[in-house]
Design a protein around this ligand. Sequence first.
Ligand code: FES
Length: 171
Amino acid sequence: MENATQRSVLTEEERALVTEALNALKAKPGALLPVLHFIQRKLSYVPPAAVSLIAQGLNLSNADVHGVISFYHEFRHQAPGGHVIQICRAESCQSMGSRALEKHACSRLGIGFHETTKDNNFTLEPVYCLGNCMYSPCVRVGDEIYGEMNDEEFDNLVNSLLTQVIEVKAP
Ligand code: FES
């Protein structure tokens, strides 16, 4: 079955949302970034099939839009898993061991950055400073920031998130 990344046509809901973003923001100077943020906030990603509609709406080329989406790592090209785990890679966290934590996280989840586990529970992403450097290394899940992370704490976090997923899915 075709996934969202391969689809060349937007669903009706996606098209309506992109149109809403364009109508609300196209008059602003430098509207492209606000439009992309709007779409990602609502859908959790920017569907590749939206590129030409955005380009038309803002009088840009498809390459312009694609270039900006590719340049900013925060824009996702496909829907993420149930929990997005972000590991800080900025200087303070690196100096306090975030590279080793990344390695552990990749091995624990069986995925690399920008990938989603097969069960769709987790997506792993890099992030660059969460403003919590005093408690490096840091991890963010949703709006929660977890400081002074180590391998064991990471495993505990994953296990507690898995429990949440099970609770949500239980009838
Ligand atoms: S460097 Fe990681 S929170 Fe600032």
